[in-house]
Write a protein that binds this ligand. Structure first.
Ligand code: PLP
Length: 945
């Protein structure tokens, strides 16, 4: 008889099979997963399960097979209308070179990588990101750019706060141009309010407003398409002690004098039209660039050049890497997960086309816009702005809706600006036929002959570095991408046991739909009727996440966990304000919290009060009660992480929530660790008012080397009115937006849809319990070599465990860094280092790793412990041993070898069985790079000696 379960997706997703699981449970000391559930998860929160299906999860239905799920999604994608999109407003159709689709977007070597915190095994994506930064700096005329922002709208908001930090003016006022994209405006306004920034809107072509202000936000081209030279505005603002940020379209900047050369202090925007499909709003890499003097104010991540132990050049994250963890409420922003994968695509798009190719695309786009304008004028239609790049604003008094409707009949979406105006944006995909359709919609029948003169006034060169000249053929690009990804450890080579990051399988069936045109070619502001399939995916997901979390409603708009935190805290803030409780501004945060929590609280206008943790790692409930009493009248919220960042299910979670509720506060449960809760307990039922989830952790969206992510929030009913809304999607209701698109990074939602549809209720619970079992197995087996720092009742951990290296470091001088780097020699990616406790490693195996791989990791750790002992015993000196020398490259073997350990121990410590990963550089000197900050490809002159 054929066992139906042998064909289920859940069995492919979950690593350990029945036999392996039995061995795992044996070591953990429980007879079954159900017993594990009762031993690990507090009875007060554990949901009952019948036949493996937890209470509340019946909404999920029977699991689909991979092919059934893909068939269902094919149907949903087919219900969407992918019209010719000429709506613009920061989203443009683009022609992604197929070599980039297959070898980046569809390539697990790129999309399953983690944020490059271990630079020695991340040189490939670090180089790609350095190319991205160089591309942005070159095109904007600025000196330094970070390695991606979450989107254009949030980049504008970050530019605002950056100017405030950098400005000498003490004025709370901030001037924004009336010609910003509506979503940019709305995000900036939303972001400003809790921070006490007063927004002043002004038409900058009419000069700056009266009075003091600390900064100015302008945009080229404007939402209306008009191209304005902001040089005079910038000079005038500087004269009045204010700084200026300019939002700029990257393609236009190939032709226009860049903001950096006009004196702007910051420049922001999106790189979407550089080969990244619109995807109903995202994900795309936003950008932010500044002059060097503001480098330390840049939010997000910055890749820089440094040197390794052999003095060779090597890349690593510079300056404010993990700054939220260090600076917490004083951090420049809460951005953690960004948009690395999309930044890589955009950078490679620029490499593939080069400066001439991009310029030619830009001229062609402008040529279509010119021909369109000429045709409109010929038909007697008023073209409002003379100076435009890609977007034409047509004035048709009283007829705008009619024109938009007629264009729709030709399958073209135009932008209905108001009753009298239509906006038409041309892009890389625009053809003469599209232009003719638009002209026909305006009632023009004349054929227009138009030979546009070359457009623009840019004189400076850009993208001259060989990264942008060497990879113009498909063969060259293919090999470049392969060479880069070969330098990195991603999930396609090894487990990545990063605690708090949940690096589980990103199944191919989950990934396939994201490049389907039915999802990827939708403009986020397309008519609702164009996207019924996409909206169905969204509403299914909302229903399923409601069932899984126990909340009443879910918003999918936030495009990272950090943005979910901010959105959730804003909801709490606005809830209190709506009840006249404007004095409730204190946010309690345990000392163990993820750094983004404190940074988000500050962004939501709250004051952070830290709650202590006990010796055993739990929140100190006595200190909590004291802090609640002390701040009762001003208490806004508590942010707790569950299970805690210490990897433990705290038993007092009910008491903690009650204490805060009794004092009139709200409970924010950071749901980043939901992989330990799905199918077991629901934060919306055990005391939370709001949680964010990380779909890029628990729900299979790949990390992409540091993004994309999706950070939806679930809320209880009283907070529903305060969920994020959007000016272009009035149907959402709610308050201000936190992302540029109504549904954030919509095009990757099919990944999570597919995962949940294929796992079903039973599969999800089985996955959570397997993840917990594997973490406990590792904790049990490694405890005698590296003591497990925190455990809950019954000596159990949740889905991850913290290994304490501090005693060993004290005894032997071998550091947590040494162990992390040494793991690369063994072919493993290091666990999370020094978070949440300095000098420790946090290990999270997830459910996807089978026992073989887990055992190999354990064996490597035990072998490393043996090496540490040899250092401790004086056999190897502290400063010359395989740990301190790690990682070892192939190249260091052929150099003179005068170490007290052999070459074989250096590079094949685990024997010849495990496939060898060769790190491409030795240990990197991070401090050197920070002292000599280089964050773009070295100028071409550096190569001509
Ligand atoms: C990952 C994580 C976050 C931040 O999520 P991002 O998506 O990286 O912004 C917040 N809290 C915890 C506990 C996390 O592990």
């Amino acid at each position: 008889m054929i066992d139906a379960r042998s064909h289920s997706f859940a069995d492919r997703h979950v690593g350990p099979d029945e036999g392996e699981l039995a061995r795992i449970l044996d070591v953990v000391g429980v007879a079954s997963l159900d017993e594990l559930a009762t031993k690990a998860v507090p009875a007060s929160i554990l949901d009952p399960a019948v036949g493996g299906v937890a209470a509340g999860l019946d909404a999920l239905g029977e699991p689909l097979s991979e092919h059934e799920a893909l068939a269902a999604l094919t149907q949903l994608a087919g219900r969407n209308t992918t019209a010719v999109s000429m709506i613009g407003l920061g989203y443009y159709d683009t022609l992604t070179p197929p070599v980039l689709v297959r070898n980046i977007l569809e390539n697990p070597a790129w999309y399953t990588a983690y944020t490059p915190y271990q630079p020695e095994i991340s040189q490939g994506r670090l180089e790609a990101l350095l190319n991205f930064q160089t591309m942005i700096a070159d095109l904007t005329g600025m000196e330094i750019a970070n390695s991606s922002m979450l989107d254009e709208g949030t980049a504008a908001a970050e530019a605002m706060t950056l100017l405030r930090r950098a400005s000498r003016s003490k004025s709370p006022r901030f001037v924004i141009d009336t010609d910003l994209f509506p979503q940019t405006r709305a995000i900036v306004v939303t972001r400003a309010e809790p921070l006490g920034i007063e927004i002043v809107e002004a038409d900058l072509t009419q000069g700056l407003p009266d009075g003091d202000f600390f900064g100015v936000l302008a945009q080229v081209p404007g939402a209306s398409g008009r191209v304005v030279d902001h040089a005079a505005t910038i000079a005038a603002a500087h004269d009045r002690g204010a700084l200026v940020a300019v939002g700029a379209d990257l393609l236009a900047l190939t032709l226009l004098t860049p903001p950096g050369e006009l004196g702007a202090d910051a420049c922001f925007g999106t790189t979407q039209r550089f080969g990244v499909p619109m995807g109903f709003g995202g994900p795309h890499a936003g950008y932010l660039a500044v002059h060097t003097k503001h480098a330390r104010q840049l939010p997000g991540r910055l890749v820089g050049l440094s040197v390794d132990a052999d003095g060779d050049k090597a890349y690593r994250l510079a300056l404010q890497t993990r700054e939220q963890h260090i600076r917490r409420e004083k951090a420049t922003s809460n951005i953690c997960t960004a948009q690395v994968l999309l930044a890589v695509v955009a950078a490679m798009y620029a490499s593939y086309h080069g400066a001439e190719g991009l310029t030619a695309i830009a001229q062609r786009v402008h040529g279509h816009a010119e021909r369109l304008a000429a045709g409109l004028r010929a038909a007697g239609v008023d073209v409002v702005h003379e100076n435009f790049f890609d977007t034409v604003l047509a004035k048709v008094p009283g007829r705008a809706a009619d024109v938009v409707e007629r264009a729709k009949a030709w399958n073209v979406n135009l932008r209905l600006v108001d009753a009298d105006h239509v906006g038409i944006a041309c892009d890389e995909a625009t053809t003469d036929a599209h232009v003719d359709s638009v002209l026909a919609a305006f009632g023009s029948t004349a054929t227009v002959e138009c030979t546009p003169a070359p457009f623009g006034n840019r004189t400076s060169a850009f993208l001259q570095h060989e990264s942008f000249t060497k990879y113009r053929t498909e063969t060259a690009m293919l090999r470049y991408l392969r060479a880069l990804s070969d330098k990195d450890i991603a999930l396609d080579r090894s487990m990545i046991p990063l605690g708090s990051c949940t690096m589980k399988l990103n199944a191919t069936a989950e990934m396939e739909p994201i490049t389907w045109p039915g999802f990827s070619k939708l403009h986020p502001f397309a008519p609702v009727a164009d996207a019924p399939g996409m909206l169905q995916v969204i509403s299914d997901l909302q229903d399923w996440l409601v069932a899984i979390t126990g909340y009443d409603a879910v918003s999918l708009q936030p495009n990272a966990g950090s943005q979910g935190e901010y959105a959730g805290l804003l909801a709490i803030r606005n809830y209190h304000l709506s009840r006249g409780d404007d004095h409730r501004t204190v946010c309690l945060i345990p000392s163990s919290a993820h750094g983004t929590n404190a940074a988000s609280a500050v962004m939501a206008g709250m004051r952070v009060v830290v709650v202590a943790c006990r010796e055993n790692g739990d929140v100190d409930v006595d200190d909590l009660r004291a802090k609640v009493a002390e701040h009762a009248a001003e208490l806004s919220a508590i942010m707790i992480t569950y299970p805690s960042t210490h990897g433990v299910y705290e038993h007092e979670v009910g008491e903690i929530c009650a204490a805060v509720h009794d004092a009139g506060g709200q409970v924010y449960v950071d749901g980043a660790n939901l992989n330990a809760l799905v199918g077991l307990a629901r934060p919306g039922r055990f005391g939370g008012d709001v949680s964010h989830l990380n779909l890029h952790k628990t729900f299979c969206i790949p990390h992409g080397g540091g993004g994309p992510g999706v950070g939806p929030i679930g809320v209880r009913s009283h907070l529903v009115p305060f969920l994020p809304g959007h000016p272009m999607a009035p149907e959402l209701g709610g308050s201000g937006p936190v992302s540029a698109a109504p549904y954030g990074s919509a095009s990757i939602l099919p990944i999570t849809w597919t995962y949940i549809a294929m796992m079903g209720a039973r599969g999800l619970r089985h996955a959570s319990l397997t993840a917990i079992a594997s973490a406990n197995y590792i904790a049990r087996r490694l405890d005698e070599y590296f003591p497990v720092l925190y455990t809950g009742e019954n000596g159990m951990v949740a889905h991850e465990c913290i290994l304490d290296l501090r005693p060993l470091t004290k005894e032997t001088g071998v550091t947590v860094d040494d162990v992390a780097k040494r793991l690369a020699d063994y072919g493993f990616h290091a666990p999370t280092m020094s978070f949440p406790v300095s000098g420790t490693l946090m290990v999270e195996p997830t459910e996807s790793e089978n026992l073989d791989e887990i055992d190999r990791f354990i064996d490597a750790m035990i072998a490393i412990r043996g090496e540490i002992d040899r250092v401790g015993a004086g056999e190897w000196p502290v400063d010359d041993n395989p740990l301190r020398g790690a990682p070892h490259t192939a190249r260091c073997l052929v150099a003179e070898w005068n170490h007290p350990y052999s070459r074989e121990i250096a590079v094949y410590p685990a024997g010849l069985d495990r496939p060898k990963v060769w790190p491409s550089v030795r240990r990197i000197d991070g401090a050197h790079g920070d002292r000599n900050l280089v964050c773009s490809c070295p100028p071409i002159e550096a190569f001509t000696s």
